[in-house]
Design a protein around this ligand. Structure first.
Ligand SMILES: Nc1ncnc2c1ncn2[C@@H]1O[C@H](COP(=O)(O)OP(=O)(O)O)[C@@H](O)[C@H]1O
Ligand SMILES: [Mg+2]
Length: 258
């Protein structure tokens, strides 16, 4: 059951040069709800996510988290508000270990003055990384292994863990199962399905409609930066969603704002 509104996006607009990547997009996501963000390549999905996560500053529009507006905040600032993001390109550091990647940017440090030397509590970090991965049932034999040496599936699992482990309010996943095998895909979807029970709001970007229908409550569809509609993510809406993505005849529910 959806709870209070966690994220409110209001007329969000972002251009790159004279190309409008996002054109007045508005929707909300509530606690315990999984909303799929759908659209063809170039529709503006990743741009929207980066506006919310603080990577891009929107040109116009408002973003509010738990009723509080924010604008052009830093990535670290947004993360500190309880927002976790799994980026499409994974954003892992290949030469760093599994544990270091999980905590990159928020490493547990010794108190000053040692902290001034950037001394990280390595043992604490390793223990915490092990606990986090165990909690999420992700099995990586050696947490000191550089992630560049791991398989694509393991890397994706670590990126997902990093995005969801410390996020209390909102988790955003940009194509988290792209390039995964069937079993690994199942593992990631299992992690996503667990989030609503903890009251977390979820935005899921995926090209796989079966996957979307199996986990999401509803779908918001973008086409060329514009929001073309929002529908329930059910098998009955499958054809409607496809026609909204590719832009065929006007589908029922078209133009609805969610
Ligand atoms: N940093 C950027 N500079 C210039 N154009 C960009 C940039 N990021 C995205 N775009 C353009 O904005 C549009 C939307 O891109 P994107 O949000 O990545 O789409 P999606 O994630 O839906 O595939 C595309 O036309 C893309 O080329
Ligand atoms: Mg994208």
């Amino acid at each position: 059951m959806a709870g209070d509104v966690v994220l409110e996006i209001d007329r969000l607009t972002k251009s790159f040069g004279n190309h409008t990547a996002l054109d007045a997009v508005s929707f909300t996501v509530s606690a315990g709800e999984i909303v799929a963000l759908l659209g063809d390549n170039g529709a503006g999905k990743s741009t929207l996510i980066k506006c919310v996560s603080g990577v891009y500053r929107p040109d116009q529009g408002e973003i509010a988290l738990n009723g509080q507006r924010f604008h052009s905040e830093s990535v670290a600032g947004v993360r500190a508000r309880g927002v976790g993001v799994v980026y499409q390109d994974l954003a892992l550091f290949d030469n760093m270990s599994v544990a270091e990647n999980l905590f990159a940017g928020s490493e547990p440090c010794w108190p000053r003055p040692l902290r001034g030397w950037g001394l990280v509590k390595r043992r604490a970090m390793l223990d915490e990384a092990r606990r986090t991965l165990e909690r999420l049932e992700v099995r990586i034999p050696n947490l000191k292994t550089p992630v560049g040496l791991l398989s694509g599936g393991q890397r994706q699992a670590i990126a997902v863990c990093k995005g969801i482990a410390f996020a209390e309010k909102l988790v955003i996943l940009d194509e988290p199962t792209a390039a995964l095998g069937l079993r690994e895909r199942g593992n990631v979807l299992r992690l996503v399905r667990q989030l609503p029970a903890a009251g977390v709001a979820v935005i899921l970007v995926s090209h796989n409609l079966e996957e979307v229908i199996s986990v999401a409550d509803r779908a918001v569809i973008l086409r060329q930066g514009k929001q073309v509609g929002g529908v329930e993510a059910t098998e009955a809406q499958h054809e409607t969603i496809v026609s909204m993505i590719v832009g065929g005849r006007p589908a029922s529910g078209n133009g609805q704002q969610h």
